[in-house]
Design a protein around this ligand. Structure first.
Ligand code: SAH
Length: 203
């Protein structure tokens, strides 16, 4: 998975590659799909949700430019797979998931992996986590018509936010970087994610 899907397609960040070599992805997908866990595609994780393709996880985390000292906010924790990778490459991860059952299952797997620097919250991630802000990096793994303003507000100076933005069936992966009062916006790639459902996402 790491050699052909990630290095082969240009992922260079050593911490991300090392973390994705270590995290057992088969623990996070539906049991029926465990045999395909290291394949080049998204997979079902229950409740109509999907775990992103390995390359997408790597590309999004790489785009955050983490060095290891960051507090990261993740919206759409889902299975907890990306959370586990983030827990290795960052200092602390706050992960918000709206579906209670998914959050409970993710917590159990992450505890089994001794990911003690992960805080999981159940709720509407489009509101961010104001009590814990600001965050050095924010990563959203569900798509919204626009970047929720609550999230850019909770981004620290010099921080980066990466998320899919666009319509129901097709989006662009967008990176926002904050410097002073200004937000710089770049489009990184085309993508397709499940919906970000909440007050500042899809209703
Ligand atoms: N990164 C996850 C991908 C999960 S799919 C993984 O590695 O498995 C996207 C997730 O976003 C789903 O679990 C969905 O329930 C969640 N989600 C959608 N809208 C949300 C919101 N407003 N707040 C928090 N989580 C949300």
């Amino acid at each position: 998975m790491v050699g052909s899907q990630l290095v082969g397609r240009g992922i260079k960040n050593k911490a991300v590659l090392d973390a994705m070599r270590i995290v057992p992805r088969h623990l996070f997908v539906d049991e029926a799909f465990a045999g395909q866990a290291y394949g080049d595609s998204p997979l079902p994780i229950g409740e109509g949700q999907t775990i992103s393709q390995p390359y997408m996880v790597a590309a999004m985390i790489e785009a955050l430019g983490l060095t290891g000292s960051e507090r990261v906010l993740e919206i759409g924790g889902g299975s907890g797979y990306q959370t586990a990778v983030l827990a290795i490459v960052a200092w602390k991860v706050y992960s918000v998931e709206r579906i209670n059952r998914m959050a409970v299952k993710a917590r159990r797997i992450l505890d089994g992996l001794h990911a003690s620097n992960v805080v999981i919250r159940i709720g509407d991630g489009t509101l961010g986590l104001p009590a814990e802000a600001p965050f050095d990096a924010i990563i959203v793994s569900a798509a919204s018509p626009e970047v929720p303003e609550a999230l850019t507000r909770q981004l620290a100076e010099g921080g980066a936010l990466v998320m899919p933005v666009g319509g129901e069936n097709k989006q662009s992966l967008v990176r926002i970087t904050k410097s002073g009062a200004s937000l710089r916006r770049e489009t990184l790639a085309g993508c397709r994610f499940v919906k970000l459902v909440g007050k500042h996402g899809w209703q």
